[in-house]
Each structure stands twice: as C-alpha cells, then as structure tokens.
Design a protein around this ligand. Structure first.
Ligand SMILES: [Zn+2]
Length: 272
C-alpha cells in the first residue's frame, strides 16, 4: 500500500512530488541546467576565501541502500568544509551518495549547457557555525552545502572501487554494511577546484530550499563496470517480490530533471 510520504523515480516520480511535498514547487529548486555563459565570474569575491575541506578517512562509517541510491553515512568527526560561497561558516560532512542512469549517456542531476553526465556524486554538509543538528540545519536557508561531482565513463576509479566492492552487501533496500577499509571522500573530488555555485534545494523530497550548491567544473572518471555495479542495487527489500515491470526493481535513473534557475545568480570560480 502506498504510504503518505512515498516517492520514487518511477510511478511516484519527480513530476508528482509536489502533491506530497509542496516545497518541490518553490522558486529555489535543484538541480538546474548550468548555462556556462550565464555564470558570473565572481573570482575575486569567491577566491578571497578559497574553498577548503578536510575529510579524515575514518569518518565514513556505514554504506546504506535506502532503496533509491547508495549512501555513505559519516560520523562527521573532524570533517570540515569552509570558504568560497560559505565564507567563514564551518560545515561538517553528514553523508555522501550518488545518482546515475540506466545507460552511460544520462544519470547526472545537474546538466552543463544541456549535457548530462553518467552520474553525479553529492557530498552533503551542514552548517555547524549556526545550527546544532543536521535536522535543524536542513530547515534553514543557509543550513546545508553540497559538493557536486560529475561522473564520466572512463577508467576505474580506485577510491570509488572501495564502495563498489561493498555494494553487493547492500544489494537490497534497507541493507547496511559497516565500512572497515578507510575511504577518503577527498579522493572522490576532481583534481581541479574550479566550481559553479548557486542557491538551491535538496533534489529529493522534501526538497528543502536549504542548499548552497558547489559544483565542480571538472568531472571524475569511473568505469562502465563500476556504474553497472551501482545499477545492480535493488529498490525492494530482500525477500519481497521483485517488481519485474519496473526494470526488475533496479535502482536506475535516480535523478531529478533540471528545474528553472529563474532569477537566481549563478557564480563561478576557477577556470578549467
Ligand atoms: Zn543527491
């Protein structure tokens, strides 16, 4: 039976979210299409405080299959993100997760001049300078900061492979595995720090308009095989009947289409 707050990327897909989650109809929604020509080169303002981060590899604690992606939950301890559009506020890493497609030609949430990437990694942080908990921050307009990284098909990504190797242990919804091998989220970021930034929202319900988005211009490469391991995740619990009419219950195309940027400002820092 469909519950009140049920949502997915299929029958209860993004176009229906607004009926259960009114915030999805707001004017500060994400993702967006990045029109590179529209980006305001705000290099001095943004680079006066360079974006800085610190992620101890022991912070990544659990790998989870929530039924619509994979997610690594962290303990946040000693993690740090500050600078750039975040100015002097200090943010802590809460979790990171990924979006991908059914094929390598789609899968990212943000698009760049109309082009999608094969996937998009999101590192979700919350503002510890102003708020006491993640939940409190998630309701505030300056509460969250998400680093977005585009995934392009190419060579095997070593750090990502540590996650890919654990995914068979969380193949079904609600399965969780403890992470024992250290994973460094910093190694999942590209080797160039140029980024676009704008004010937006969570891309999943309830679509809170609480996110300062920082999207790296440079992508990282993952292999076709690694993406196929992502596509092997199932969106139903072990022991439940496979919804075979829904691509055998595979977690695929877990991205929201771009929302209008409207009159929001898109800024950029760094060239690439
Ligand atoms: Zn996301």
């Amino acid at each position: 039976m469909a519950s009140k707050d049920e949502w997915d990327y299929f029958q209860n897909g993004p176009s229906t979210w607004v009926t259960k989650f009114p915030m999805a109809a707001g004017s500060r929604q994400s993702p967006v299409n990045i029109e590179t020509k529209r980006a305001e080169s705000d290099h001095e303002a943004l680079s006066s405080k360079p974006l800085r981060w610190k992620y101890p590899s022991t912070a990544s604690r659990k790998l989870v299959n929530p039924g619509y992606c994979w997610r690594v939950d962290t303990d946040g301890e000693d993690t740090f993100l500050s600078g750039g559009p975040l100015m002097d506020d200090v943010y802590k890493l809460e979790q990171y997760h990924c979006h991908w497609g059914c094929s390598d030609s789609r899968g990212s949430e943000h698009t760049v001049d109309g082009q999608a990437f094969a996937g998009e990694l999101h590192l979700v942080h919350w503002n510890t300078s102003k708020y006491k908990t993640f939940a409190e921050a998630a309701k505030a307009s300056d509460g969250l900061a998400v680093l977005g990284v585009f995934l392009k098909v190419g060579k095997t990504h070593e750090e990502m492979d540590k996650i890919a190797r654990l995914l068979p242990y969380v193949s079904h919804k609600d399965e969780v595995v403890e992470i024992t091998e250290p994973i460094d989220p910093g190694k999942l970021l590209p080797d160039d720090n140029g980024y676009w930034t704008y004010l937006g929202s969570l891309t999943t319900p309830p679509c809170n308009e609480s996110v300062t988005w920082i999207l790296f211009k440079k992508y990282i490469e993952v292999s076709h095989h690694q993406l196929n391991i992502f596509r092997n995740l199932r969106k139903f619990p072990r022991g439940e009947e496979c919804p075979c009419h829904e691509n055998h219950g595979a977690v695929i195309n877990n991205f929201r289409p771009p929302m209008p940027l409207g009159n929001r400002v898109l800024r950029e820092c760094g060239s690439f």
